[in-house]
Design a protein around this ligand. Structure first.
Ligand SMILES: [Zn+2]
Length: 462
């Protein structure tokens, strides 16, 4: 009880401190105004401010709803056990309050996509954009009790936003998000299902994928394509999550706006005051203390995750790898890296320790590993591993976690071993010991067939 009370007191003090720190002097205001006028943003999302998810993650987003199609989208997400983000329009929320409620109740993130989506209004002056964001937000707050902190600009920010829009939205406490995968479902009317799926598949794979869809009226083919898109990413090893303010937002660069606008210093100052006051009244300060028992439980979880991170940042220890029924090998600290609990190591290193040989074909970004009668292709753009036996393809695996770091393909140990038919049987990771044991189903067969594997790090079933 004492803890909760203390937490409550601290919570009530923080906004005051934030208020004092927030004011901008007239001179600073003029400097910011001039900088923004030149088209430069004052700040960009910084890597370290956000949480990079452990697993490769897809954020599905649905714009322009809710509409009569939204229940179908929600049913599919429910069935696939996927959480997503809905950038809703205030106008549609007013027409379908129950759907807004369901989006929130189902555990998805509700984002703000303006009130009426009319470009000419939204992009003729920031004041109009800002008014629409607030108008929608009041509707969301009334209907579902939430004030979305995430905003997606209708049409995306590129050539719509200028540096002022970005800056003022930040001052108001919002996170603006574009996307890095356009499903192309609103290129024109009735885009065929296959075209949507193909557009999704054409997008280069990244650790975090923010996919643009629409659940507004007329997007029946989006609903039809959705299960296949979900299966596509699941097969690649992606997990799904709703967007939050902790996810690094995908943002397009500031382009020359296609709208003619005039921002005087006086107007800028008005808007600056308005947005900052708004943030003080509505936006919880960053790093706020947690205020419910449920969140205190979460706090414990976060502390545990942080200790895993602390472990990762500690002066490294050698990592001992034992292969059940085979030899062990010790990697020194430069030969592997810990990302949370995940061990990443260089593919070339792994292959060479297996007694194999690696070649890298730069134009197609594919690595070839050769061992005895086996050849393996690591196709980086497709994140796939193709396994050949005596020149015949016997299997293809997908490994979304594969990455290219300073010219080296990095792979996560657990997933790689798993895809190749093995598993981690034991793992000790504490401040004094780092040791992992691996087992491979076909180790014995391998030992008979390929003497190279006797002394190898991994008796992978190649
Ligand atoms: Zn839209």
């Amino acid at each position: 009880m004492a803890v909760l009370l203390l937490v409550y007191l601290w919570f009530s003090i923080v906004p005051v401190q934030a208020a004092e720190g927030k004011g901008i002097s007239a001179q600073d205001g003029q400097e910011i105004y001039q900088m923004l006028k030149s088209g430069k943003r004052t700040s960009m999302p910084k890597e370290k401010t956000y949480k990079k998810p452990e697993q490769p993650t897809v954020y599905l987003t649905f714009d322009d709803g809710p509409s009569k199609l939204t229940p179908q989208v929600l049913d599919i997400l429910d069935k696939e056990d996927v959480k997503a983000t809905f950038f809703a329009l205030g106008e549609e929320a007013k027409a379908h309050p129950d759907l807004i409620k369901r989006i929130v109740k189902d555990g998805h993130t509700l984002g703000n996509h303006s009130y009426n989506h009319v470009y000419k209004e939204l992009y003729s002056d920031f004041q109009n954009f800002w008014n629409q964001i607030q108008r929608s937000e009041e509707i969301f707050a009334d209907v579902a009790g939430v004030r979305p902190q995430l905003v997606r600009a209708p049409g995306g920010t590129y050539t719509n936003f200028d540096a002022y829009y970005y800056y003022l939205m930040e001052q108001a406490g919002y996170t603006v998000l574009d996307w890095n995968v356009d499903s192309g479902d609103s290129k024109r009317q009735n885009v065929p299902v296959n075209e949507i799926i193909q557009s999704v598949k054409n997008a280069p794979l990244e650790h975090e994928m923010n996919v643009l869809f629409h659940d507004g009226t007329g997007h029946e083919s989006t609903v039809e394509a959705l299960p296949q898109v979900i299966h596509y990413y699941k097969k690649l090893g992606y997990t799904f999550a709703p967007l939050t303010t902790e996810v690094k937002p995908k943002q397009f660069p500031v382009g020359k706006p296609k709208w003619s606008r005039n921002m005087s210093f006086a107007h800028f100052n008005e808007l600056l005051q308005e947005t900052q006051q708004y943030a003080l009244a509505h936006v919880p300060p960053k790093n706020e203390p947690l205020d419910t028992p449920e969140q205190l439980v979460n706090q414990t979880k976060i502390a545990r995750e942080e200790s895993a991170q602390a472990l990762a940042s500690k002066p490294s220890l050698p990592l001992k790898i034992n292969v059940v029924g085979g030899n062990g090998y010790t990697l020194d600290q430069s030969q592997y890296e810990l990302q949370g609990d995940r061990i990443e190591l260089a593919l070339r290193f792994l292959v060479e320790k297996m007694g194999g040989r690696m070649e890298w074909n730069e134009p197609v970004k594919t690595a070839y590993a050769h061992y005895g009668m086996y050849d393996v292709e690591y196709d980086l753009p497709k994140r796939s591993i193709r396994l050949y036996k005596l020149g015949n393809r016997v299997a293809t695996h997908n490994l979304a976690d594969m990455s290219l770091v300073e010219g080296t393909i990095r792979v996560p140990l657990q997933n790689t071993v798993g895809l190749l038919g093995g598993r981690i049987t034991q793992s000790v990771m504490d401040s004094g010991t780092r040791e992992v044991s691996l087992a491979f189903r076909q180790f014995n067969m391998w030992n008979e067939n390929n003497s190279l594997l006797k002394n190898s790090l991994f008796a992978i079933n190649y």
